[in-house]
Ligand binder design. Structure first.
Ligand SMILES: [Fe+2]
Length: 512
């Protein structure tokens, strides 16, 4: 079940998704960046089209210089050095202009380096650029950084070696000895949430969050703790999940004001478990997945607080610090008793990517544990839809868009994203949508394979008046209601959620 999806079936899904985007009027997700999409600060196109300078030769600075003139200037200037475009650090501002090897101005002085600009320069057939010596120090990766191995940071090399041996020794296969939990999941159709059960769940999340926080703190102080506490939480959540998956999943959203590791881990854990169940896991594996979700990010607490909570883009050294956190988690889990041996493996591999661009080891495809591949998608979805110190939360629909594209571009396992779609629907449960009759609704339940037609609760009519959410007529199965469709995904009312863009897509790829 964890093999890569066939291209044809995945393309079918993507095609459906793309055409759906056209219907809802959003920009296509898979557009290539074109040069004219640059803002005014990127001057390549302007440079090539710019008029000749005026008689005094002053023009308007670099923007008005012809290519020939720039080339002449460059050949006279031996203060420039050649660097790879890949080495330019996104977010840094150039004090001096960037030229191509023929002397054509690519980026004016005082321009910021962005992911889009780098990609566009490369797509234009320019893999290397000429920049000033002064800028080189500031805006490129120090080549020595590339030689640093994770072990140079003083990790317990034996521990990571042991885990690598386990991984290489064949623990990467997944065996389900028991029946699939999915057989026991109750399909509830248009049934509303049991509010009493929901309230109880919310209280449990709060006490579990507190218990998790205390466990993390104890391990940070070097104490040994009993892992059966987290195993019991997982067993309890498994029961709730089979009774009402949608209610269980939505009960944890927005319950915690603080973006602390314990509470975010609970959301990740529940979502991963729901995806795993959808992928036919048995109870043992579903519980392993949930436990791994609860403990996988503890190592973040060992990352310096100023890096963890930075409000600006991280520099390469800070990013390296972040990339150590799965190894810190691995070390911390040595202090937790009664954990299955697979849990540290999952925690260690949660940030690997199937195309080898992840960390800490850059493992690929089948070398990443199947449960880690599930947890990775759940972790990414929750990460994108959470407020981070450096950006607001992303709309839940937009996070789904990002993951679908990541699956297509081979960052994450398409099978897992497909299961996520079935668990959440394309308009994830809990998110708000506009319907074709102009009313507003909240997605209440998934609708199995009809992921573009979830079960929704109408919350506001076309005139903008609130409606009775509990009334039967406002609980609608969009698959059955043929005349009604979702036309637009909306941000959560009162939030400043951001939507999909090339920038958000690429910045999420490098987010911790
Ligand atoms: Fe993490």
């Amino acid at each position: 079940m964890f093999t890569t999806a066939s291209n044809s079936s995945w393309d079918g899904l993507v095609d459906c998704f793309s055409s759906y985007r056209l219907v809802v009027g959003l920009a296509p997700a898979f557009d290539l960046i074109r040069f004219h999409q640059f803002g005014p600060a990127c001057q390549l196109e302007k440079q090539l089209l710019a008029p000749e300078p005026n008689e005094s030769g002053s023009g308007s600075g670099n923007l008005m210089m012809s290519s020939t003139q720039v080339a002449e200037n460059i050949t006279q200037d031996d203060g420039l050095v050649t660097v790879s475009v890949n080495d330019l650090i996104v977010g840094r501002t150039m004090n001096f202009p960037i030229y191509d090897p023929h002397g054509v101005l690519l980026l004016a002085e005082n321009s910021e380096i962005t992911q889009e600009r780098k990609r566009a320069i490369i797509q234009h057939g320019v893999p290397e650029v000429r920049i000033s010596q002064e800028d080189k120090k500031r805006v490129t990766m120090n080549s020595e950084l590339a030689n640093l191995k994770t072990n140079s940071f003083g990790f317990d090399a034996d521990l990571t070696k042991r885990i690598d041996t386990i991984i290489d020794g064949g623990l990467m296969t997944l065996k389900n000895d028991g029946p699939a939990v999915k057989n026991d999941v109750v399909y509830l159709g248009r049934k509303g949430y049991d509010q009493q059960r929901r309230q109880k769940l919310i209280e449990q999340h709060k006490s579990n969050g507190k218990a998790l926080g205390e466990m993390i703190s104890e391990v940070m102080h070097g104490e040994k703790i009993n892992g059966s506490i987290v195993s019991n939480m997982a067993a309890h959540y498994l029961k709730e999940m089979t009774t009402d998956t949608d209610n269980t999943l939505t009960s944890v959203i927005d319950q915690f004001k603080d973006d602390d590791i314990a509470s975010r881990s609970m959301e990740v854990s529940l979502l991963a478990m729901a995806i795993g169940i959808e992928m036919d896991l048995d109870a043992v594996n579903a519980r392993h997945l949930a436990v791994a979700g609860l403990v996988h990010d503890w190592g973040m607490m060992k990352v310096p607080v100023e890096t963890r909570t930075a409000k600006t883009k991280l520099n390469p050294l800070e990013m390296l610090e972040i990339k150590k956190h799965p190894i810190y988690s691995l070390e911390m889990l040595q202090h937790v008793s009664a954990l299955s041996t697979v849990i540290p493996v999952i925690a260690y591999q949660v940030h690997e990517r199937i195309n080898g661009t992840g960390y800490p080891r850059g493992r690929r495809g089948q070398s990443i544990h199947p449960l880690a591949r599930i947890l990775q998608v759940a972790d990414a979805f929750v990460g994108m839809t959470s407020v981070r110190p450096y950006r607001p939360a992303m709309m839940r629909y937009s996070a789904m868009e990002c993951l679908i594209r990541q699956a297509r571009e081979n960052y994450v396992d398409p099978k897992v994203v497909r299961a996520l779609l079935r668990v959440q629907s394309l308009f994830p449960i809990g998110s708000f949508v506009q319907l074709s009759d102009d009313s507003i609704a909240q997605v209440t339940r998934r609708n199995q394979d009809h992921y573009t037609k979830p079960i929704i609760t109408r919350v506001q009519n076309a005139s903008g008046e609130l409606v009775d959410r509990e009334a039967d007529e406002n609980l609608i199965d969009l698959h059955e209601e043929e005349s009604l469709d979702v036309v637009r995904a909306l941000p959560t009312p009162g939030s400043n959620e951001i939507n999909y863009s090339e920038d958000t897509y690429h910045s999420n790829l490098v987010a911790p």
